[in-house]
Ligand binder design. Structure first.
Ligand SMILES: *[C@@H]1O[C@H](CO)[C@@H](O)[C@H](O)[C@H]1NC(C)=O
Ligand SMILES: *[C@@H]1O[C@H](CO)[C@@H](O)[C@H](O)[C@H]1NC(C)=O
Ligand SMILES: *[C@@H]1O[C@H](CO)[C@@H](O)[C@H](O)[C@H]1NC(C)=O
Length: 531
């Protein structure tokens, strides 16, 4: 009987060991196209490796590989592509600037836009039959984006999902991520991701950083998590566990950063840096009119792009003229990603405005020397992978921090959009084009590439590791199960303080008693003298 059991459990072990043909569910309820661009290569590769992959997102593939099933969320919300109007960044927040709190206020306002997005989507997701159908099936692992929403975690619970959860992040850890893995985010040296601080902070920066660290956690808890919980419970008419506790059941986090670009911070085994996993190393063709323009440049080319979210054509006219006159003073040619340009680009002097650029392909072109970008993490990652120096003009979200880190690690220089002048822009581009900066960018690129395995392979390995071992292989610290008081040792500190107070009181009592005795002794002697 015993032998038979052993054989059975051994058989169970070998099937456990085998991550082949696992059933994988991906849940991606965010509308930003750039986010999906980070996940796609991983999902694609998992399907190519023989797994059965079901992907719920706003961006179904045109040409899905075998065993890859799309569940579309199209129609639930407007997708985020070229939606940010640049006129928004003119002269705003001037009252807060007068009060000296514009930096804090910017970060609060930036994030606040995510509330409506999360709650709007969640209230549609609860009643989306294709999603319900997908959630009723069984899976071996669930991949879910960790961004501004935990709605999917609640829905997975509603439909009885028991598989381990892998959280994917397109940026560095969100303010509310570290608590899910019990990883330290001590604000003394870990800047909040929306700040423009580097890990070395002054007293006032630490003050702001600590305030924001706490504020954003509470903000996520009460402005999003609690409300999503209400949306789900109201729709299904029953209670579910606290979303915060469901979130603390995350097995693994794959984070789209790498320390040599994004800064060193404490990690645990279950928080794995896979920055660069979205890069497509296959070469794609450059449109011939762009290639011809590059071929014809003798001094090289500078690339200018503010990414996929910002609609560059909304730039105020005076600012566009200013940028154009700065660029016209360069020896180099310039390619500017600008939506409202001709079919084959619009040529103005040495500047070619084009609707769409194969950005990573161009950055790797040997004649492309520098990159003026907005500090979006994907563009930054492409620049460091290609070893090209940057001028970073940050706008919102994590861009100010990315800009600060680009300066810190020697990848480029940062430039304020608001205070940009013809002279500062020209000077910044010339700094980026200098021999020292180009050399420095090549060096940080080599350091960034130097890893045990390629980021996509790392992501696949850890995902399959979770498929193999699931809850048998905890990758978080016990810190995540402690409450605020325990985690920060406030109870222990209280006991120490109490103990010190008690000791002081006892010492004081003893001292008074001794003094009284001595006094009594003296007065006794005095009396003897008199007699
Ligand atoms: C797709 O799944 C089927 C059934 O599990 C399997 O036989 C086939 O090899 C898979 N295809 C790929 C490309 O892995
Ligand atoms: C995490 O989820 C698994 C599967 O649903 C469950 O067995 C386990 O108890 C959960 N752990 C916690 C701490 O909630
Ligand atoms: C650009 O130059 C390369 C290398 O000299 C050449 O192969 C390519 O055909 C040229 N492209 C165009 C569009 O002129």
């Amino acid at each position: 009987m015993r032998a038979l059991l052993t054989v059975f459990s051994l058989a169970a072990l070998t099937t456990l060991d085998d991550a082949n043909a696992a059933r994988i569910l991906g849940l991606f309820p965010h509308t930003g196209k750039s986010h999906q661009m980070v996940f796609e290569p991983l999902l694609h590769t998992l399907a190519e490796r023989g797994h059965h992959v079901t992907v719920v997102s706003f961006f179904p593939l045109k040409d899905p590989p075998e065993n890859y099933t799309d569940v579309s969320l199209e129609g639930i919300a407007r997708v985020g592509l070229e939606v940010v109007d640049l006129s928004f960044f003119e002269n705003n927040h001037f009252i807060s600037k007068a009060l000296g709190v514009d930096n804090i206020l910017r970060q609060m306002l930036d994030l606040h836009q995510l509330v409506e997005m999360a709650l709007g989507t969640c209230s549609k997701l609860v009643n989306w039959p294709p999603l319900a159908a997908a959630l009723r099936k069984d899976y071996d692992v669930i991949l879910v984006e960790n961004f501004n929403s935990d709605c999917m975690l609640g829905l997975s619970h509603i439909y009885g999902q028991k598989a381990p959860v892998v959280a994917l992040l397109t940026s560095s850890l969100m303010h509310w991520s570290p608590d899910r893995m019990g990883v330290s985010d001590n604000p003394a040296y870990v800047p909040v991701m929306s700040s423009d601080f580097t890990p070395r902070m002054t007293f006032f920066e630490r003050l702001q950083n600590t305030f924001l660290n706490v504020y954003f956690k509470l903000w996520f808890r009460y402005c999003i998590q609690v409300k999503e919980q209400e949306i789900i419970e109201r729709h299904f008419g029953r209670r579910i566990p606290d979303l915060q506790d469901l979130a603390k059941n995350t097995s693994l986090m794959l984070v789209n950063v790498f320390h040599s670009l994004n800064g060193v911070r404490p990690l645990v085994p279950g928080v794995v840096e896979v920055g660069g996993m979205h890069l497509n190393h296959k070469r794609t063709a450059i449109p011939s009119y762009i290639e011809r323009f590059i071929n014809e440049s003798h001094e090289g080319v500078v690339l200018l792009s503010f990414g996929s979210l910002i609609k560059t054509a909304t730039i105020p006219e005076y600012k566009e003229r200013m940028i154009m006159s700065a660029l016209s003073r360069l020896k180099q040619k310039v390619i500017w990603k600008y939506e409202e340009s001709g079919e084959e680009g619009t040529l103005e002097g040495n500047v070619l405005k084009v609707r769409w650029i194969p950005q990573y392909e161009l950055l790797r072109h040997k004649k492309v020397l520098a990159f003026i970008g907005h500090g979006g993490l994907l563009g930054m990652t492409e620049a460091i992978a290609a070893g090209k120096p940057m001028v970073v003009v940050p706008f919102f979200g994590d861009q100010p921090y990315n800009a600060a880190m680009a300066t810190e690690v020697g990848l480029g220089v940062k430039l304020s959009y608001e205070h940009m002048t013809e002279e500062t822009l020209l000077a910044a581009v010339q700094t980026a084009l200098s021999a020292e900066m180009r050399l420095s960018a090549r060096r940080v690129s080599k350091i960034w590439h130097d890893r045990e395995s390629k980021p996509l392979d790392t992501a696949v390995y850890w995902t399959e590791r979770v498929i193999r071992w699931g809850f048998h292989d905890p990758l978080h610290t016990a810190g995540r199960d402690l409450n605020f008081i325990e985690y920060n040792l406030l109870d222990v500190a209280a006991v120490f303080v109490l103990a010190i107070v008690v000791v002081i009181l006892i010492l004081k009592l003893l001292l008074t008693a001794v003094l009284r005795l001595i006094k009594a002794g003296f007065s006794g002697k005095d009396k003897e003298k008199i007699h």
